[in-house]
Write a new protein. Structure first.
Length: 143
């Protein structure tokens, strides 16, 4: 996958979660974000924001998640002595369930696929072609 293909795919996901109804919404990147922000603002008036704790698996996921939060004008934070992969945010539950988390999962899947492909190409080209998983040896590990 080329970088432009990745960017196009990420934009499509954004439009999907913003509720874009027609293919003619090509300029929807900015419009989509505004619709989601507006929906978040309306939801926050009705539904009280609660504090969420998200524990992400790696640094890439955390970067993506915090970027998504900041795009929607949400303030990610963590408390002293929390792990670096922990992100706290105050947000309405319905926004997390209907928009934020599903969008993050889709974006994360697309980004992870892209990063895996790039990593495989770089390792194969610069070090050695990876020919699959390591060998599994019968017996008991004594180490």
């Amino acid at each position: 996958m080329r970088e432009q293909d990745l960017l196009d795919k990420l934009s499509k996901i954004e439009r999907l979660y913003a509720g874009a109804a027609t293919p003619g919404e090509k300029e929807a990147a900015a419009d989509a974000m505004e619709r989601i922000k507006r929906r978040l603002g309306e939801t926050a008036k009705i539904e009280r924001p609660i504090e969420y704790k998200f524990t992400l698996s790696d640094g890439w996921s955390k970067k993506l998640f915090t970027a998504l939060l900041r795009r929607y004008a949400l303030r990610p934070y963590r408390y002293a002595r929390q792990r670096r992969t922990t992100v706290m945010v105050r947000v309405p539950r319905s926004f997390v369930n209907e928009t934020l988390w599903p969008e993050f999962l889709e974006l994360s899947k697309v980004l992870q696929t892209y990063l895996d492909e790039v990593t495989e190409r770089v390792i194969s080209g610069a070090i050695h072609a990876n020919e699959g998983e390591e060998e599994v040896i019968a017996g008991e590990y004594l180490g």
